[in-house]
Design a protein around this ligand. Sequence first.
Ligand SMILES: *Cc1c(COP(=O)(O)O)cnc(C)c1O
Length: 443
Amino acid sequence: MNRDDRIGPADIDLSVHPETARLDADGRLLVGGCAVADIVAEHGSPAYIVDEEALRRTVRRYVSAFRDRHPRSHVLFAAKSFPAASVIGITADEGCGTDAVAGGELRLALAAGADPARAVLNGNAKTDDDILVALRAGDGRGVRYIVIDNLDDVERIARLAAELDRDPVPVLLRVSPSLQAHTHEALATGHDASKFGIPSAQVEDAIRAIRAERLVDLRGLHAHVGSQLLDLDQFDAEAAALAEFERFGVYDLGGGLGVRYVPGDEAPTIEEYAERIVRAVHRHLGDDVELLVEPGRSMIARNVVTAYRVVTVKRGMRTHVAVDGGMGDNLEVALYGQPFAPAVIDRSGPAEIVDIVGKHCESGDYLARDVRVPRPEVGDLVVIPVTGAYCYTMSNNFNTNLRPPVLLARDGRTRVAVRRETFEDLVRREQIVSQEALLGVSA
Ligand SMILES: *Cc1c(COP(=O)(O)O)cnc(C)c1O
């Protein structure tokens, strides 16, 4: 074996790992000052590991990037990208508001300490319950804005506000600004055929319908054109498209900024994004508007890694390295074909090109293809960086998979934010077969 064919810890590209990730003197990978190997030894695998300090820094950077350029701005963390109370709480702690979709996320955010005065309720099919959570938040003062996505929202808000004897409810109107975002089809939300928002041709009528309701107070417009957007021109186009409608004092431009998933990707920085958005808003919508943005992915993605253990290695036409997780904890690959850059950590060996696959009974259960790693063996640790966005969110019980814990690592200490799911958690809702029988089996 040629020496050049050996790879090890120094070959891991840490630029896609969380900001505090580094190697110790023995070449072990640390996140938040904790060795991933020690975390897994204590808490098991798979596990989501949040780099808490890096997350706090990202939130502060986001808030000041916008405040410095436009004092009347609010950065709202899109809770759906990592709906754990502790994570939402950290973003609130560092100065972020919250964007919640439907009542469940809003309840979680409020419980986590989110300030209702800096929270927005989104959702394309809000039920009475969803709206009631928003109206009752903050001892009845309600959230900052409910975002109207359809005319039934208008009727519901007016009716529920009357029942609760409320003052007019501040709302934004989500428009679909006829933009085809350059991203995966499933992540484009701003085109005319989208299920989200009011198509541009109907916006004027919608504005009239909202104004006809005394208890609904239209303050501004909202748009969100897609996710994992890497071309900042799309945010210019979004602001320009909003300028086609009547002018308002409040604009919420949604989220969508993309991130680097693999070393070859290029993504704008938070500051570049803030600069472009603020400039576009000033040019098209006004210098003194209230500006809201709702980043999810770009706030959380890089601040989380998932740690797995290798269960088996199959060497045939291809080398399949199967780990103890997969599409049960990361649906991004199966849903969008999102590339990730896994690393086999804490070891050196001859380089081998492998596919990292999950343990679920589905051929699409891949985590990454053609990854160059030190020849893996059963028991090795695999770390996938940039799993902060939508992985925990869409974790699921496929094959009676037990969902992984969420661990916060900071300054060499690890805290359990969400414990690992147990079989008992899963069967607790079963009603026909007795709980005794179900729990008896697990013993
Ligand atoms: C999903 C979503 C976001 C967050 O999008 P990211 O791409 O994660 O930044 C923001 N606003 C709304 C309305 C959304 O649906």
